[in-house]
Ligand binder design. Sequence first.
Ligand SMILES: NC(=O)C1=CN([C@@H]2O[C@H](COP(=O)(O)OP(=O)(O)OC[C@H]3O[C@@H](n4cnc5c(N)ncnc54)[C@H](OP(=O)(O)O)[C@@H]3O)[C@@H](O)[C@H]2O)C=CC1
Ligand SMILES: O=C1O[C@H](COP(=O)(O)O)[C@@H](O)[C@H](O)[C@H]1O
Length: 491
Amino acid sequence: MSETPQSADLIVFGGTGDLSMRKLLPALYHCDRDGRLAPETRIIAMSRGGLDDADFRGKVDAEVRSSVPVDDLALWQRFLNRLHHVTVDIGGEDPTGWARLTAMLAGHEQRDRVFYLASPPMTFGPFCREANRAGLVTPASRVVLEKPLGRDLASAQRINDEVGAIFHERQIFRIDHYLGKETVQNLLVLRFANAFLEPIWNSLWIDHVQITAAETVGTPGRRGYYDHAGALRDMVQNHLLQLLCLVAMEPPSRNDRESIRDEKVKVLESLRPIVGGEVDRFTVRGQYTAGVCGGVEVPGYLDEPDSTAPTEASHRVETFAAIRAEVKNWRWAGVPFYLRTGKRMPYRSSEIVVQFKDVPHSIFAGSAPNRLVLRLQPSEGIRLHLMAKEPGAGEVALKPVPLSLSFAETFTSRVPDAYERLLMDVLTGNPTLFMRRDEVEAAWRWIDPILAEWESQSMLPEPYPAGTAGPAGAHELVGRSGRAWHEEDLA
Ligand SMILES: NC(=O)C1=CN([C@@H]2O[C@H](COP(=O)(O)OP(=O)(O)OC[C@H]3O[C@@H](n4cnc5c(N)ncnc54)[C@H](OP(=O)(O)O)[C@@H]3O)[C@@H](O)[C@H]2O)C=CC1
Ligand SMILES: O=C1O[C@H](COP(=O)(O)O)[C@@H](O)[C@H](O)[C@H]1O
């Protein structure tokens, strides 16, 4: 493992898709602008799109340039010059794309070679087989697998087997970009580098935990992917469960990848299964209808512009999911973990709220329990809501006041995007923030019965107007125990 990447060929399969355009290419540009890509490094996009290098550079210039700071045109041009495009149809008959890629890579076997699979999961196995058949997989090459890995446990195991037949586990980087977010890593520091939290980080002191990933975006142009994914596979199985693991895990004995992964797996295995009739009690699914989001009128999920018309699957897919989860172990017995994610919510905000229990006996009127809020986005930070006395004479009046740490204000260095950090980790061969096979499979094992129950029901997801905080059922899920979602922390 080296710290500064050497020259590399980064082959992005699905290099023209939404993920590449919105996240990977902007992140790579930032890395390049900061001088973190070696001069010879090439970024080779693959898709069925029939583009040549000039077309692809033009597409990136048109679609990515406005989303990144281009203060020096020479640097932007240097970045564009690194880009190439190869047309390949996985499973297709035409071998010319593979032949072109083989020719491009010939003579560059000494470079780091990374295959980044930013494509639907069912293409992962066939891609690895075809790349291997073309003789492109070297012992030093790495493969990055985007989430969600599969559609359920069985398909995840199959994909892991197929990829594992070509690549050794140490060459496989299963990405979950939430693990590259600054606050997520800070959560580990907060928990395990500060003495005061650990004694109260348990069911004696904590009432419940809320984990929310709310987005204002909808799914225009993503029907092909989203109809077959839905919020549970797209966000809960990976991002939200990873956050839950980091909140709930036991202190690892060392800060190394295996110790942390071992503890995360134990949490996933302690999740109380939600099966059969319990699914309706502990989960809620919704789909957005037309509404107003960020002051703009937007269509419902079924009317989003797309190259394909809605199908039966479009009517059934959830764009919102909420779950009341429980970690069945000594530390967390009886503490609900509420998970929630949705598209077209009123705000773009991802947060973990740890709500403590109220004081055992209050001598003041108006006291409220403390809350620790870990904000992942839009701006990253940590807030602790404490009770304080309002200044003034007379009767003591209580007021909740936030003790806030904003990373942007406290630390002057730019906070890198999650993908920047993770791409650099792949290029330097550091797997710490990536998922192990058993982690991914343990997450599916818990998700599968929920999916199975939802899929067996004739009932459609509960509608919610775009721009609102999800369907009524989501509020009932929390409200049944006399609690409420902390919208005030998110807005
Ligand atoms: N979008 C996002 O914000 C995020 C997405 N992801 C994951 O990334 C993956 C891709 O998502 P997204 O970018 O949104 O999807 P898109 O549908 O926008 O892009 C898919 C890409 O894969 C290519 N592709 C698909 N099938 C084939 C094939 N048979 N042969 C060659 N190329 C193919 C497409 O190009 P073409 O159709 O021209 O061949 C396109 O470049 C998914 O697994 C998703 O879960 C993960 C995190 C965030
Ligand atoms: O993995 C995914 O994440 C994005 C949200 O990422 P964020 O960093 O902006 O919170 C989501 O839009 C997409 O549907 C999903 O595939």
